[in-house]
Design a protein around this ligand. Structure first.
Ligand SMILES: NC(=O)c1ccc[n+]([C@@H]2O[C@H](COP(=O)([O-])OP(=O)(O)OC[C@H]3O[C@@H](n4cnc5c(N)ncnc54)[C@H](OP(=O)(O)O)[C@@H]3O)[C@@H](O)[C@H]2O)c1
Length: 281
């Protein structure tokens, strides 16, 4: 019989394996250089993913995410298991490069996380119509192009897609028409594609974050102080009494992407502390 400490080690390993959601799946995560996407990549690594293709526009930030994935993977992932693709997702050539490089490097695609996105706010009267085109290109069109390219590969693996929606896609907000429309389009796209691909055993779901602590709003829309004030207001706006952290969203994305969600498709999943249930009184 093995000594007590070896038995403990075997038990620990068995317990650890039970907690993993993945075995050797290959996942693509867009917008992995920042915020929610970076956390999703690390969470997939922590939960046993086999290989990752990480995309974004900032090489240094993508490399940081890569290192974080390696260190979260409990020794499973090495530099060779993670590839990066730098480029603007509005450009179809970038989407093609992402899928080509994943297949070249790892031979298959099991999971596509369409996370990358941007925000533009302001009243219709003063918002340039070019902002609408840019939002729709990044938040919606790039998802369509990437999904289209991945479908033949996902069909082989009976894989899954998770799209990043928003509470903005469920509720109307003043001065946010372009953004709300882009996220509502993501919801409808998710549900249509889920029906279309169910016959192939490919699942398609969507996650809707409330206000999450990332850089999205401080990139160009507000100062750090204004964002701090928004987080403070978020305590009232989210019934659970706080705004969200990227990890709150990453956990939901990982579950929906995994085989543990094998009977869930076309689901629009709020991860917003109940915010979508609120109405002004
Ligand atoms: N934070 C929130 O409160 C919140 C709430 C609801 C929904 N969401 C959604 O969550 C997703 C992630 O947002 P986040 O909060 O994590 O924002 P973030 O920190 O600003 O990260 C956005 C990511 O998308 C990438 N990206 C943006 N435009 C791109 C483009 N044209 N081409 C290629 N990559 C592009 C960025 O790449 P680079 O940094 O390398 O340029 C970055 O990796 C978005 O779809 C957003 O709408 C966020």
């Amino acid at each position: 019989m093995a000594p007590f400490h070896s038995q403990l080690r075997i038990l620990f390993i068995a317990h650890f394996k039970m907690m993993l959601l993945f075995t050797n799946e290959v996942a693509i995560v867009t917008g992995a250089s920042s915020g929610i996407g970076a956390e999703v990549a690390s969470k997939l690594a922590e939960l046993g993913i086999g290989k990752l293709c990480l995309t974004g526009r900032q090489l240094d930030s993508l490399n940081q995410t890569k290192q974080s994935c390696i260190s979260k993977s409990n020794g499973k992932l090495t530099e060779d298991d993670i590839t990066n693709v730098i480029g603007n997702l509005s450009d179809e050539a970038t989407c093609k490069k992402i899928v080509d490089k994943t297949i070249e490097s790892f031979g298959q695609v099991d999971i596509l996380i369409n996370n990358a996105g941007m925000i533009k706010l302001g009243p219709l009267e003063s918002c340039p119509i070019e902002d609408f085109d840019q939002l729709m290109n990044v938040n919606v069109r790039s998802m369509l192009v990437l999904s289209k390219l991945c479908i033949p590969h996902l069909r082989k693996t009976k894989g899954s897609i998770v799209n990043m929606g928003s509470v903005y896609g469920m509720q109307p907000f003043a001065d946010a028409g372009y953004h709300c429309m882009s996220k509502a389009a993501v919801h409808m796209f998710t549900q249509c594609l889920a029906l279309e691909l169910a016959v192939d055993g490919i699942r398609v779901n969507c996650v809707n974050p409330g206000l999450i602590r990332t850089n999205i709003l401080t990139r160009e829309l507000m100062t750090d102080q204004e964002f701090d004030k928004l987080l403070e207001d978020g305590k009232r706006q989210h019934p659970l009494g706080r705004s969200g952290e990227p990890e709150d969203v990453a956990k939901a994305v990982a579950f929906l992407a995994s085989k543990k969600a094998s009977f869930i498709t076309g689901n629009i999943t709020p991860v917003d502390g109940g915010r979508n249930l609120m109405c002004p009184r």
